[in-house]
Design a protein around this ligand. Structure first.
Ligand code: CMP
Length: 143
């Protein structure tokens, strides 16, 4: 079992696509174990996007991700990182395959609706930036 961090970005929230994206992830069989609507702080944004520090799009990226509410989520399942990235599609919406979230709804690289962790280690790191363990549920213990 693996966990991954997914975040509907401000453009996805603004366009009313939270339900669409959550529905696709649920139908795939992934389990939602944590979720909240929140504003990303500049400190969280800098930690989250540390690997992009210094790149030409970094300043724009930080400004965008802190510009409005995001829907932060933790999903769990077999190979959850790879499964979620398949559903999300390539970074550039124009290159993302039809049938993926970005392929169906995004035209841009900057405004690409949703973030998904790219590795198991980054998933755990990113979950730690946005969630406390007590905010996450365990289905094993439920009922
Ligand atoms: P995300 O999955 O959130 O990870 C980094 C983000 O930087 C990426 O999605 C894009 O929205 C954004 N970005 C902007 N320009 C680029 C670029 N040239 N290459 C990769 N990511 C970019």
């Amino acid at each position: 079992m693996e966990r991954t961090y997914l975040m509907v970005k401000p453009d996805g929230v603004e366009r009313g696509l939270i339900g669409e994206m959550v529905g696709r992830l649920e139908r795939k069989g992934l389990k939602l174990v944590g979720a909240k609507l929140m504003k990303v702080t500049p400190e969280q944004a800098a930690r989250h996007y540390a690997e992009h520090h210094g790149k030409d799009f970094y300043v724009r990226l930080i400004a965008f991700i802190t510009s409005g509410p995001v829907f932060a989520m933790v999903w769990e399942g077999d190979q959850a990182v790879g499964a979620a990235r398949q559903l999300i599609g390539k970074t550039n919406g124009l290159e993302a395959a039809p049938g993926t979230i970005r392929g169906d709804f995004a035209l841009h690289t900057n405004y690409n609706l949703i973030h998904g962790s790219d590795s198991h280690d980054n998933a755990e790191r990113e979950i730690g930036i946005f969630f406390s363990e007590h905010e996450l549920v365990s289905y094993d213990k439920a009922i």
